[in-house]
Design a protein around this ligand. Structure first.
Ligand code: SF4
Length: 397
C-alpha cells in the first residue's frame, strides 16, 4: 500500500507538471461528465475542470444568443517553420519487410484546399512548406544512413507543392545514378500533369479522388474538379505509362441522390482500365461536416447494390472495391466517440477482438455484443448533431 501510494502520488505529480505544458491535455485532470446531448445552455458545473486553469484556456462564446458557455479547452501547438524543425534521418531499418519499407520525407504540412468532408486539412492547418534545399539534405542523409532504395515524398496533396518540378529534377539528378526511386503518393486530379518532373516519378498505379460522382455533389463538398478533368487526366496518365488508375468515391454523402450514384458509373464508363474504391462517408470530427449524421447500414447497403448494378450495366470491366459498411460504422463510432467508448473497446478486446482493420478478423457481431454489455448506445454517435450540442472533441482548439 505504502509503495503503491507513493507511486500514485509520483504519477499524479508528473501528470500535473505535464498538464502545465501548453498543448498537453491530461484526461484524468479534466471532468469527463459530459452528457451525450448536453446543449450549450446546460449547467456550467457540468463542464468544470478539476483544475489547471493556467494551461487550459477558459473560453467564452455565444451561440445565437441562446446561452454563454464557459468551456475548458486545450489548444494544439503548431510548428511554424518546417525547415528548422527536427527531422529524423537516422531511422531504424527493419530486417523484415514492412508496409512502408522506404524513406518518407514530408515535403509540406497542411493543404491549400478546403474540402468540406476533410479532417486532415483542419488538423494539419496551416499550410507549411519545406524548402527544396532542406528536402535534398534530408534525402541525402537518409539514403546514406539507411541504404534504402526508395524515397516517398509525403504530404496531403503533393502535386500542390509549389516547387515540385525543381524538386523532382534535383532528386532525379542526384538519385537516379544511385538506383534510388522516388515516389509521389498524394496527387490531386487537377495537379497531375505529365510535366517532366512528375513524369519521372511514374509508378504502376495512380489514385485520383473525385469523392462524388456528379459535379453538382462535388461542388457541395468544395471539391473543384470537373468530369472533363477527371477523364482527361486519367486517360493522360494511362497513355503516358501508368498501368492503372484508381478512382476513390464516397457514398452516403450529405445531399446525395441516386442520380449522383449513377454519375459514378457513367464517369467510370468513360475511362478504360480504371479501378474503383467505394467507401461509406463518415462525418469526421473537426471537418465542416462534423455535425452531419452517418447513413444507416440498410441505406448504405441499398446504395451499394444500386451502384453495383449500374456499374455492371455501364462498365462491366471496371473492378470495384466496396468498403464494408459495418466496418465503416465501427470506424465512425471510434472516430466520433467520447470517453464511454473506452469501456466498449476494452470489452471488445476481452471478447478476443484483435487487428480489426483486417477484413478476415473483423467481427461486427462481437462489437455489437460489446456495446450491449457495456450499455453504450452506438447510434448516438452516428446521429446528426444539433448546432448547440456539445461535441466530444469540442475541447480541442
Ligand atoms: S481532401 Fe485532400 S485536397 Fe481536399 S482538403 Fe483534404 S487533403 Fe486537401
Amino acid at each position: 500500500q505504502g509503495a503503491e501510494g507513493r507511486e500514485h502520488r509520483a504519477k499524479s505529480a508528473v501528470l500535473k507538471e505535464l498538464a502545465k505544458i501548453e498543448g498537453v491535455y491530461v484526461p484524468s485532470l479534466n471532468s469527463s461528465r459530459l452528457p451525450a446531448r448536453r446543449t450549450i445552455g446546460g449547467s456550467l458545473e457540468q463542464y468544470s475542470s478539476s483544475g489547471h486553469e493556467s494551461i487550459l484556456r477558459k473560453q467564452s462564446r455565444e451561440d445565437k444568443g441562446i446561452a454563454l458557455l464557459e468551456q475548458y479547452c486545450v489548444e494544439k501547438r503548431i510548428i511554424k517553420d518546417l525547415d528548422n524543425s527536427f527531422f529524423p534521418t537516422d531511422i531504424v531499418v527493419p530486417y523484415i519487410q514492412i508496409v512502408h519499407d522506404r524513406i518518407g520525407i514530408e515535403i509540406m504540412r497542411g493543404c491549400p484546399h478546403k474540402c468540406k468532408f476533410c479532417q486532415a486539412c483542419k488538423i494539419f492547418h496551416p499550410l507549411r512548406i519545406r524548402s527544396v534545399d532542406r528536402i535534398m539534405e534530408i534525402a541525402e542523409e537518409s539514403v546514406k544512413n539507411t541504404g534504402y532504395e526508395e524515397i516517398s515524398l509525403l504530404s496531403l496533396s503533393s502535386g500542390d507543392y509549389p516547387h515540385i518540378e525543381e524538386l523532382a529534377g534535383r532528386l532525379e539528378e542526384k538519385f537516379k545514378p544511385l538506383g534510388v526511386k522516388i515516389s509521389l503518393p498524394s496527387l490531386r486530379v487537377s495537379t497531375f500533369e505529365e510535366r517532366s518532373g512528375i513524369d519521372t516519378l511514374r509508378r504502376a498505379g495512380l489514385t485520383f479522388a473525385p469523392e462524388a460522382g456528379s459535379e453538382r455533389l462535388r461542388s457541395t463538398l468544395d471539391k473543384k474538379i470537373t468530369d472533363a478533368e477527371i477523364i482527361e487526366k486519367s486517360r493522360g496518365a494511362l497513355n503516358s505509362g501508368w498501368r492503372k488508375v484508381k478512382l476513390y468515391f464516397m457514398i452516403g454523402l450529405p445531399g446525395e441522390t441516386f442520380e449522383d450514384l449513377d454519375a459514378i458509373a457513367s464517369l467510370t464508363g468513360k475511362i478504360k482500365n480504371v479501378n474503383l474504391s467505394i467507401n461509406p462517408f463518415i462525418p469526421k470530427p473537426h471537418s465542416d461536416f462534423e455535425r452531419e449524421g452517418m447513413e444507416d447500414l440498410e441505406t448504405l447497403k441499398g446504395k451499394q447494390r444500386h451502384l453495383c448494378s449500374m456499374l455492371y450495366a455501364l462498365c462491366s470491366r471496371a473492378k470495384a472495391d466496396f468498403h464494408n459498411p459495418e466496418t465503416s460504422k465501427i470506424e465512425a463510432i471510434l472516430a466520433r466517440g467520447d470517453r464511454r467508448i473506452g469501456k466498449v473497446i476494452l470489452k471488445a478486446w476481452e471478447k478476443g477482438l484483435r487487428l480489426q482493420a483486417w477484413t478476415e478478423n473483423f467481427n461486427y457481431n462481437l462489437w455489437d455484443h460489446a456495446f450491449q454489455e457495456t450499455g453504450v448506445d452506438p447510434e448516438i454517435y452516428l446521429k446528426r448533431k444539433e448546432k448547440n450540442e456539445i461535441l466530444p472533441w469540442g475541447f480541442i482548439k
